[in-house]
Design a protein around this ligand. Structure first.
Ligand code: NAD
Length: 467
């Protein structure tokens, strides 16, 4: 029987990163994966393929609508969807091969099959052909990720009624796409298909989009998306989808009930969140407890209720984000090696990769109000940023929230092009407990979009220069 210091179940960003860190720290490590390729949802059917399609569809739209005014004459671009899907697949293949390489480089064994926890120190791996093998290990980390949340009575077939997985592989552009849920997936994939020609309607239960992000920022973002052509039905829910005819018929009601209407669609995308994936792991038999939301219960050191069994990523509490899972993977490996692994949950950036992007780190204005913390606000619009003006990409703004007493930056929120790259200077500042004054006095290269962050920091002290 092969034995290890650590077996990690699942090879998404949490699992494979944790495995690498453990190997770096001298542990003999194996990962268990049931899918044909490593990398989990993020690399295969999530973050990465969606970014390939967002990139390609953005250039498609730019070529059609923005090139001419810059003096670039091109014929009206034609969509070759199979070629775009091939571009996406090449990106996926490159990344998953990269993870294979990293496993080899770090001498991590890849055990192919479904992993099951048999209790402290034992993992069963059931291969696709049904053969099972048992492995001994000092520690186990469960990094099994999450699965799509389903809606009662709306059967996902991944052809016409799709989750994010099917929406990344449609074989033609739907004339009409109805998206259920104005969260990150709905807005990213809704944007992809709108740019490629679909009429997109997003139905959202709440009276706002992107719950959890700063309200003022997302109101501005919604107006930008509406200008781009996405229609929103807020405070509404889809109660059923009739798939018997050539067109789908989505039944919409107001969130409170009543006011029924029918929306026709070629494709309906269900994007109402994700749930922790714990099926087949043998958790109940092993004594690994779940919390009241079906997530694996862990303490501050990622330990479950069974000694030697740990859990990280989407399957435990906290935001379902690849980078949060990665940081937890590193932290748990360091804890197992006797170090003090740690994740700062107050500084986890969140990005919506649309055009413009929305990026956020730390507290929103709503959070601060709810917590009764006195704060000052600094804002700066991209319309006043020189670089954005010359590029004619002026949608959006930067908003900085600082402690009214100490000036410590508590939250930074950006809607604008490249916001997802720009947010990290705010994250570093916040990791060091920096103030708006620190940010305002840091020299920023000119001309860059990042100068809008410096100006927003200046604006906290009411001394923005270009406004
Ligand atoms: P989400 O939680 O971001 O959004 C789901 C939305 O659906 C919410 O606005 C919610 O109010 C709404 N909703 C729920 N039930 C509904 C109903 N019955 N009718 C209408 N609306 C309803 O979930 P998601 O967009 O599905 O994404 C899943 C997870 O994946 C999230 O945790 C997200 O953070 C993560 N993700 C992140 C990224 C990124 O970081 N760029 C990209 C994709 C997914």
């Amino acid at each position: 029987m092969a034995s290890y210091d650590l077996i990690v179940i699942g090879t998404g960003p949490g699992g494979y990163v944790g495995a690498i860190r453990a190997a770096q720290l001298g542990m003999k490590v194996a990962v268990v994966e049931k899918k044909p390729t490593l990398g989990g949802t993020c690399l295969n059917v999530g973050c990465m393929p969606s970014k390939a399609l967002l990139h390609a569809s953005e250039l498609f739209e730019e070529a059609e609508h923005s090139f001419a005014k810059m003096g670039i004459g091109v014929p009206t671009p034609k969509l070759d969807l199979p070629a775009m899907m091939k571009f996406k697949q090449e990106g996926i293949d490159g990344n998953v091969k990269g993870v294979d390489f990293l496993m080899k480089k770090n001498k991590i064994d890849v055990l192919r099959g479904t992993g099951k926890v048999l209790g402290t120190g034992r993992v069963e791996v059931k291969a696709a052909d049904g053969k099972t093998e048992i492995f001994e290990t000092k520690n186990i980390v469960i990094a099994s990720g999450s699965d799509v949340t389903r809606l009662k009575g709306i059967e996902i077939d991944e052809k016409r009624i799709v989750s994010s997985t099917g929406a990344l592989s449609l074989d033609k552009v739907p004339e009409k796409l109805v998206v259920i849920g104005a969260g990150v997936i709905g807005l990213e994939l809704g944007s992809v298909w709108r740019r490629l020609g679909a009429q997109v309607t997003v139905v959202e239960f709440l009276d706002r989009i992107l719950p959890g992000m700063d309200g003022e920022i997302v109101r501005q973002f919604q107006r930008i998306l509406e200008k781009q052509g996405i229609a929103f039905k807020l405070g509404a829910k889809v109660t059923a989808v009739d798939a018997s005819g050539k067109k789908l018929k989505a039944q919409i009601e107001s969130a409170a009930g009543g006011g029924a209407e029918t929306l026709e669609a070629d494709v309906v995308l269900v994007a109402v969140g994700r749930v922790p994936f714990t099926d087949g792991l043998g958790l109940k038999e092993a004594g690994v407890a779940l919390d009241n939301r079906g997530r694996i219960q862990t303490d501050a050191h990622f330990a479950t209720t069974v000694p030697g069994v740990y859990a990280i990523g989407d399957v435990i509490a906290g935001p379902m984000l690849a980078h949060k899972a990665e940081d937890e993977g590193v932290a748990v490996a360091e804890i197992l090696a006797g170090q003090s692994g740690h994740v700062n949950y107050d500084v986890i950036p969140g990005v919506v990769y649309t055009t413009p992007e929305v990026a956020s780190v730390g507290k929103t204005e709503e959070d601060l109000k709810a917590a009764g913390i006195a704060y000052t606000v600094g804002k700066f619009p991209f319309t006043a940023n020189g670089r954005s003006k010359v590029n004619q990409t002026t949608d959006g703004m930067v908003k900085i929230l600082a402690d009214a007493r100490t000036d410590r930056v508590l939250g930074v929120h950006i809607v604008g092009r490249e916001a997802g790259e720009m947010i990290h200077e705010a994250a570093v500042l916040m990791e060091f407990g920096g103030s708006a004054e620190d940010l305002a006095r840091t020299c920023h290269a000119h001309p860059t979009r990042s100068e809008a962050i410096k100006e927003a920091a200046l604006s906290v002290g009411k001394r923005a220069i270009h406004m």
